[in-house]
Design a protein around this ligand. Structure first.
Ligand SMILES: O=C(O)c1ccccc1NCC(=O)[C@H](O)[C@H](O)COP(=O)(O)O
Length: 257
């Protein structure tokens, strides 16, 4: 499934590249307002921080929420105290777009993450041109040479890579890059199985001084407390915020840990 998602994302990017060539997107990326320093927004603090996700649909759960106004939703997330906003820009299975990212960027003052299946410099430039401050790199989707090259490229553009892992080998690969922001996704992106205890098993392997993000499977404040007690600095939450009640209240409840 992961390979299929990456292949689809690359096909869609090359279609966009036919009408917006790399040189043009690069010009827009370099002309964009400077990226926010996401590491300072997500730095470890007395209370856990939340990256709140704009998520309409997913391969594992199908349609989740009919989000007609992603900017309005992101503004509510920020109002609730989210430290960053994640925007799924993949169109085929998540029903997201770069337009969503741009709309969100225009209304929030916290960093915005482009969450997609990133495998080329072109996609990174698109992220910057659309106002992203953070870009997701999924270790399982990239060989180490490509991962390192994209990691450096994201930093050179003034953005922050969020390096996502799912096992001990991937955590070592993230550490080899010197990644400052490392996520452990509880969701296996091939089987969709969720393992809330995975973060706790891997957290100690993430080098000291790294910001540790627990991704996926947060449904309740107790889940956040579980990740916090296992050493998470940040949780990334999607489904619970788009399918639950008021996201402002939900984020306030999640950030008590
Ligand atoms: O969510 C999926 O089904 C999925 C499937 C394949 C690749 C990625 C997928 N999701 C991306 C994410 O990791 C989540 O959107 C994010 O961590 C939030 O998870 P949740 O709070 O469980 O919605």
């Amino acid at each position: 499934m992961l390979a299929e998602l990456v292949a689809g994302a690359l096909e869609d990017a090359s279609r966009r590249q036919e009408s917006a060539p790399q040189a043009e997107v690069e010009r827009r990326a370099l002309a964009a307002a400077p990226a926010l320093d996401a590491l300072s927004f997500l730095a470890p603090a007395e209370r856990i921080k939340v990256i709140a996700e704009v998520k309409r649909a997913s391969p594992s759960r199908g349609d989740l929420a009919d989000i007609a106004d992603p900017a309005g939703l992101a503004a509510r997330y920020a109002q609730g105290g989210a430290s960053a906003i994640s925007v799924l820009t993949e169109g085929r299975r998540f029903k997201g777009s770069l337009a969503d990212l741009e709309a969100v960027r225009a209304v929030v003052d916290v960093p915005v993450l482009r969450k997609d299946f990133i495998a080329t410099e072109y996609q990174v430039l698109e992220a910057r041109a659309s106002g992203a401050d953070l870009v997701l790199l999924i270790v399982a989707a990239l060989d180490q040479e490509t991962l390192a090259r994209l990691h450096t490229f994201i930093l050179e553009l003034g953005m922050t890579p969020l390096v996502e892992t799912h096992d001990a080998t991937e955590v070592s690969r993230a550490a080899d890059l010197g990644a400052r922001l490392v996520g452990v996704n509880a969701r296996n992106l091939s089987t969709f199985e969720l393992d809330r205890d995975l973060f706790g098993r891997l957290a100690d392997r993430i080098p000291e001084g790294t910001i540790r993000v627990a991704e996926s499977a947060v449904k309740t404040p107790a889940d956040v407390a579980h990740y916090r007690s296992a050493g998470a600095d940040v949780v990334l939450v999607g489904e619970a915020l788009v399918t639950g009640g008021d996201p402002v209240t939900a984020i306030e409840e999640f950030t008590v840990s």
